[in-house]
Design a protein around this ligand. Structure first.
Ligand code: ZN
Length: 498
């Protein structure tokens, strides 16, 4: 086969893979937003066929032959194609190493586990979920060997979410954070908490929807390319760099909940919309890793969205939209209320300061589960002990303890650390951004264009063209978690007068 013919076949393959993904996403979007309640079954049939077809297309021997041929001619390929082939070969090798029957069995297991986990959480019954979790752990240990037999199983799993990151790296990372954050939390605990009761005043849906529109405008999200929907759990879904959807969840008794969901998901959307055209419809489209993606969402949510200059900038509009709720509140009071730091039980509701400790608990447990030094039956007891040790809180039940997150039921072991890494990457990006330009002048006027442009140039535009570690290096320099710890110390010392 001539090189040109092979490249044409590669483009055809990539477009087909994109089409399957797009169809899958469209069904998911429909199912979580406007589809009638009892219609999941039919979509399930369609999704199953799509997944099977995609798997068959991608794992076909002809695909392997094509990728091998292109790899042999890699010297003749430009950087983008070479990288594209490299990525596809990696995925191909991984997929074809997993025996088809195990792949199918695992797909069925995660499907069932999701269901059982839901019930177990509702009924606060860990024993119900336990056998499923045991199987999921066993499968993941086995799959880790398929992913990369040269690595320890948990390292191989971590690599799936954040390539280049391993236990040695994370042990150091979390140790640094723990050493710095735990004393800070104790110091904050000694101080009087700000009054944030106004956040719980009733806020009608319609006003909150208008507020979301305003926030999207401030974030610079072009409504011709990004819409906002409403779902139980907020998410971002990308079709390509011209079509991204975000969702939020409105709570009429909590104004800040949707506000920060919109800004968080908006950050994910900014990333996807900022990726260059050249990589679209290829394996390099989309954000490069979970950690880098979270660095962007958290950048907008916390570093910008929970800063005083930003809140001051948008507060006049907030008072206009919520006159009864915020008429007697100042921007400064609002700033203090949305930055209240207090150890708590639920990760997704945790504040910026304590959040990483929630992640650390999950990291310790996953590491030991996959490493074989912790048995599934001992997860609740270990969870509760670590929460006491790291956060000083007593876990009253498993519903608010080890059953709170869906990740493990979906087979995602090694995912959690990305959240903490993202926060730390973001803080270092901010530091470098501040060295390059005036960040806070424009932000205090509600103008985020310069911030977004910096992130686009340093992070967004590459998509998967660079390795995650190179994107991090590009925007952060040499990664140093003490920068994040310094940031937290500065922010919370000022907030609580430490
Ligand atoms: Zn996120």
């Amino acid at each position: 086969m001539e090189l040109n013919e092979a490249l044409a076949k590669l483009a055809e393959l990539e477009k087909k893979l994109y089409a399957y993904q797009a169809a899958d996403s469209a069904l998911y979007l429909d199912g979580t937003t406007v589809a009638p309640k009892d219609t999941a079954q039919g979509r399930g049939v369609a999704l199953g066929v799509l997944a099977g077809e995609r798997h068959r297309l991608f794992s076909a021997p002809e695909t392997g032959t094509l990728l091998d041929l292109l790899w042999e001619k890699r010297e003749e390929l430009d950087q983008l194609r070479r990288r594209e082939v490299e990525e596809l070969r990696r995925s191909y090798a991984q997929l074809t190493r997993i025996p088809a029957d195990e792949y199918m069995e695992y797909a069925m297991l995660t499907n069932e586990a999701g269901d059982v986990w839901h019930r177990a959480k509702e009924q606060d019954d860990f024993q119900l979920f336990r056998p499923l979790l045991e199987k999921l752990v066993a499968f993941n240990i086995k799959f880790a060997g398929y992913y990369d037999p040269s690595k320890a199983p948990y390292d191989a799993l971590l690599n799936e979410y954040e390539r280049g990151v391993d236990m040695e790296y994370l042990d150091k990372f979390f140790a640094t954070l723990r050493e710095r954050i735990v004393p800070l939390i104790h110091a904050v605990g000694e101080k009087e908490q700000p009054d944030g009761s106004f956040l719980e005043r009733h806020c009608p849906l319609e006003a909150q929807r208008k507020f979301s529109d305003y926030l999207m405008e401030v974030l610079g999200l072009d409504r011709a390319h990004c819409t906002i929907g409403e779902t139980e759990h907020p998410y971002t879904l990308e079709f390509n760099n011209k079509d991204v959807r975000i969702t939020t969840h409105y709570d009429e008794g909590n104004l800040a909940s949707s506000m920060y969901s919109v800004i968080h998901e908006g950050g994910h959307a900014k990333y996807e919309l900022g990726i260059c055209d050249e990589v679209q419809y290829t394996s390099l489209a989309g954000g490069v890793s979970m950690g880098v993606h979270e660095s962007q969402s958290r950048f907008y949510e916390n570093l910008i969205g929970r800063s005083l200059p930003f809140i001051q900038a948008i507060f006049p509009k907030m008072r206009e939209l919520f006159p009864e709720q915020l008429g007697d509140v100042t921007a400064e009071q609002f700033y203090r209320a949305v930055n209240k730091a207090q150890p708590s039980l639920i990760r997704t509701e945790a504040d910026e300061l304590t959040y990483c400790l929630h992640v650390m608990v999950r990291y310790e447990i996953e590491k030991r589960l996959i490493g074989g030094t912790l048995k599934v039956k001992d997860v609740p007891e270990t969870w509760n002990r670590l929460y006491k040790e790291y956060l000083g809180v007593d876990v009253p039940d498993d519903r608010r303890g080890c059953l709170q997150d869906s990740h493990w039921s979906g087979g995602a072991f090694g995912y959690f650390p990305s959240y903490a890494l993202g926060s730390a990457y973001g803080a270092q990006m901010l530091k470098n951004m501040e060295g390059d330009m005036d960040v806070w002048g424009p932000v205090s006027r509600g103008d985020l264009s310069a911030v977004s442009e910096w992130l686009r140039e340093k992070v967004h535009k590459f998509g998967g063209l660079l390795e995650p570690a190179d994107v991090v290096k590009n925007a952060c320099g040499v990664f140093d978690p003490t920068v994040f710890a310094d940031y937290l110390e500065r922010k919370y010392s000022a907030l609580y007068g430490l």
